[in-house]
Design a protein around this ligand. Structure first.
Ligand code: NAP
Length: 288
């Protein structure tokens, strides 16, 4: 079987062109979508992620602010900055770059965000809305996966989807989105006794475990759609996904590469959520 490689870079580029049009429509009403990214400490990977987000905002015509606090800052300083941003009319989306340094409660910090500006979709109100099937902000990575699936015209309804990973950021919202689209969903975790027995039943397999090359060809059903969310930097500096890409070629019907699959979609969805938030505000539906 010829495996189609899903080009996340091209799909994300396309979506970002569509966003530029929405930004222009907002500009005509005097509104410029604004994103604030809060970073505490100098985590090297976070610095790169934040730089990429700022650059993407600039390219799409969004206003952006990068607020850096030193690692020694205390949680109350961060909460104070969030409260100011919650009231700032230029800001439609607020994102706190994770991980936070030791001593911070990510839970308390996320709860301090105004739900109407929580473009990462991590606030309990937004998690609840997603769970109820009435989402406002959907976490960017699983939303990006759903967009890839839509763009590739992959049928979800009635198919068996297996999600490897149960994190609040990827695995759980991913499973909910697939469920809402009519899939029968199995969620695996590190205690799943025979992972291959589960993954090999999947018509759609989404892997988000953070374990390089965990999934090999013998764990994939012939013809399955394989979405690799994992990104790990190996000792040699290369990036690896959670799927052994080379071995799965010829077995899967299509697969996302790492890099160039899900990663670019995550940033595109962050921009989309921020633009949507600005549109909601300008339509008078932006209250927390
Ligand atoms: P996480 O919070 O560490 O969660 C990993 C999940 O995988 C956990 O639920 C864990 O199970 C499960 N797991 C670990 N080893 C397993 C195994 N051998 N078999 C089955 N399940 C296993 O990670 P995350 O934040 O969800 O991220 C997952 C991966 O996606 C990482 O590589 C991350 O870098 C990547 N990521 C990529 C993007 C992107 O834009 N492309 C965005 C976000 C994350 P337990 O709960 O039992 O521990």
């Amino acid at each position: 079987m010829q495996t189609r490689i899903i080009d996340g870079n091209a799909i994300a580029r396309d979506l970002r062109v569509g966003l530029i049009r929405r930004v222009a429509a907002l500009a005509a009403m005097g509104v410029r979508p604004g994103l604030a990214v809060l970073q505490v400490g100098d985590h090297p990977a976070s610095r790169i992620y934040v730089r990429n987000k700022m650059k993407a905002c600039g390219e799409a015509g969004l206003y952006s602010e990068h607020i850096e606090l030193p690692a020694e800052a205390d949680e109350s300083t961060l909460l104070g900055r969030i409260r100011i941003l919650n009231q700032d009319a230029r800001i439609h989306g607020i994102l706190v770059q994770l991980p936070l340094p030791a001593g911070f409660s990510a839970e308390r910090v996320v709860e301090a965000l105004a739900p109407a500006k929580d473009v990462d979709g991590f606030h309990p109100t937004n998690v609840g809305l997603l769970t109820l099937g009435n989402p406002r902000f959907v976490p960017c990575t699983p939303l990006g996966v759903m967009r890839l699936i839509e763009r590739e015209e992959i049928d979800v309804q009635g198919r068996h989807a297996v999600v490897v990973g149960r994190s609040n950021i990827v695995g759980k919202p991913m499973a909910l989105l697939l469920l809402q689209r009519g899939a029968t969903v199995t969620i695996c975790n590190s205690r799943t006794p025979d992972l291959g027995a589960m993954t090999s039943q999947a018509d759609i397999l989404v892997v988000a475990a953070g374990r390089p090359r965990l999934v090999t060809a013998r764990m994939v059903k012939p013809g399955a759609v394989v979405i690799d969310v994992g990104i790990t930097r190996l000792a040699d500096g290369k990036l690896a996904g959670d799927v052994d890409f080379q071995s799965v070629l010829g077995t899967a019907s299509c697969i996302t590469p790492v890099p160039g699959g899900v990663g670019p979609m995550t940033i595109a969805m962050l921009l989309e959520n921020t633009v949507m938030s600005a549109e909601r505000t300008s339509a008078g539906r932006g209250s927390p």
